[in-house]
Design a protein around this ligand. Structure first.
Ligand SMILES: NC(=O)C1=CN([C@@H]2O[C@H](COP(=O)(O)OP(=O)(O)OC[C@H]3O[C@@H](n4cnc5c(N)ncnc54)[C@H](OP(=O)(O)O)[C@@H]3O)[C@@H](O)[C@H]2O)C=CC1
Ligand SMILES: O=C1CO[C@H](CO)[C@@H](O)[C@@H]1O
Length: 363
């Protein structure tokens, strides 16, 4: 990779598709460069309607170029509805489409690994839905496969790209709540009968589907990987975990308490507890794009005489953005830089933690 005057030379980074990428220039002086990417989407998934399709449309860098379905008529109907120029009647045809830079994979979980590998074989960068794989071994093979072919692979944890997430990381580093001691996270919803998430062969289960957000949250704010894990679960008739509660311990004294469920009302929040305060984050993973994202902060006095009674509550407000559009732009910046701007192989570390949580619950 060649760097000149703060600009990464894209052709050198992405020479498997010469001529297919256009620079937009640096986002900030000296900051990460970015470029436009032409996207293809595998499958007409529910999440794409409210997630990546509006996300690409609202991004600075994305162009929605193709969609594929196992049913050609469905691909054409989505193509017409969302003004996607090239509907394909098979996933193979989309992956082979020479006019794509990146492929988004929102398929049921057992299809992530084969289609990530197929897209990488065709020289496409890959944004894959969470969880990356069915277990850590499969994730390791995917990461190695993409690295060998020189393409970026990113797990689609859109919440990590919110300005609120970045802002809170900054506040923690600045000592707003003292030393972080506890991360609490909950994500639950009542699942509908017949959902593929109830099938163990398809990578079903609450921790894979929604508990993964809490694990991602704890890993991000603790800034490291868990060293100890305890968990208990209630398993359903199909064998998947319907409800799960886990306790994770991280080096440096941070604990995490994570719960998730397919059989509880919708809840989606996390809390960061430090030695000198608490930050509560509502609508944590699916905030409305149209209103500012909030974080409720309560800080306490030091306990000294001069500080007595200085407890303070305030609400931090972060800009209203489409978190999927932020993710699309972050992905383009990663491609431009030739590496993930989030820590590389984060998806693999995440899968290792998820494996350990489920194993602890099954123990
Ligand atoms: N980040 C987020 O906010 C969210 C992420 N997700 C993740 O996205 C992925 C998809 O979830 P969701 O949108 O609920 O999925 P859907 O149930 O809507 O299905 C996704 C698509 O997969 C394709 N598909 C291919 N093979 C099969 C098969 N054998 N059975 C069913 N569908 C198949 C279908 O497209 P076609 O028929 O057109 O080929 C289908 O529309 C999951 O990994 C999930 O964890 C889900 C929701 C939110
Ligand atoms: O990632 C996701 C976000 O939220 C949904 C629940 O509301 C999940 O089912 C989904 O897989």
């Amino acid at each position: 990779m060649e760097v000149r005057d703060g600009l990464v030379e894209a052709a050198a980074v992405c020479d498997h598709r010469p001529g297919s990428r256009r620079f937009l220039g640096p986002r900030t002086p000296g900051g990460a460069d970015t470029m436009t990417l032409r996207w293809g989407i595998l499958g007409c998934a529910r999440i794409s309607r409210r997630g990546l399709i509006p996300g690409i449309e609202g991004s600075r860098t994305g162009e929605l170029a193709a969609i594929a379905s196992r049913d050609g008529a469905k691909a054409r109907a989505w193509g017409a509805e969302f003004r996607i120029p090239r509907p394909h009647d098979s996933y193979e045809a989309l992956v082979a489409d020479p006019d794509l830079d990146a492929v988004y994979i929102p398929l049921p979980n057992e299809l992530h690994a084969p289609w990530v590998k197929a897209a990488a074989d065709a020289g496409k960068h890959v944004l894959c839905e969470k969880p990356l794989a069915l277990d850590a071994a499969e994730a390791a093979a995917m990461v190695a496969h993409c690295r060998d072919r020189g393409v970026i692979l990113m797990e689609a944890f859109m919440w990590r790209h919110q300005p609120r997430t970045r802002g809170l990381l900054g506040h923690l580093a600045g000592g707003l709540i003292g030393e972080l001691r506890l991360v609490r996270a909950s994500f639950s919803f009542p699942i509908e009968a017949g959902d593929w998430r109830l099938d163990p062969a398809r990578g079903g289960g609450a921790v894979w589907d929604v508990g993964c957000y809490g694990v991602s949250t704890a890993r991000l704010f603790a800034g490291t990987e868990p060293e100890g894990i305890r968990a208990r679960a209630h398993f359903g008739p199909s064998g998947v975990d319907m409800s799960l509660a886990a306790t994770l311990s991280f080096p440096g004294g941070v604990l995490a308490s994570i719960d998730c469920s397919f059989e509880q009302p919708f809840r989606c929040a996390y809390e960061l507890v430090g030695t000198r305060g608490v930050i509560e984050v509502p609508d944590a993973y699916l905030p409305p794009a149209a209103s500012p994202a909030l974080a409720h902060v309560r800080t306490i006095g030091s306990g000294s005489d001069s500080d007595a009674g200085t407890d303070r509550s305030r609400v931090l407000e972060f800009p209203a953005v489409d978190q999927y559009a932020e993710m699309v732009d972050a992905f383009a910046a990663s491609v431009a830089a030739g590496r993930l701007l989030a820590p590389a192989e984060d998806g693999l570390a995440q899968m290792r933690a998820l494996d350990a949580v489920l194993a602890a619950a099954r123990d």
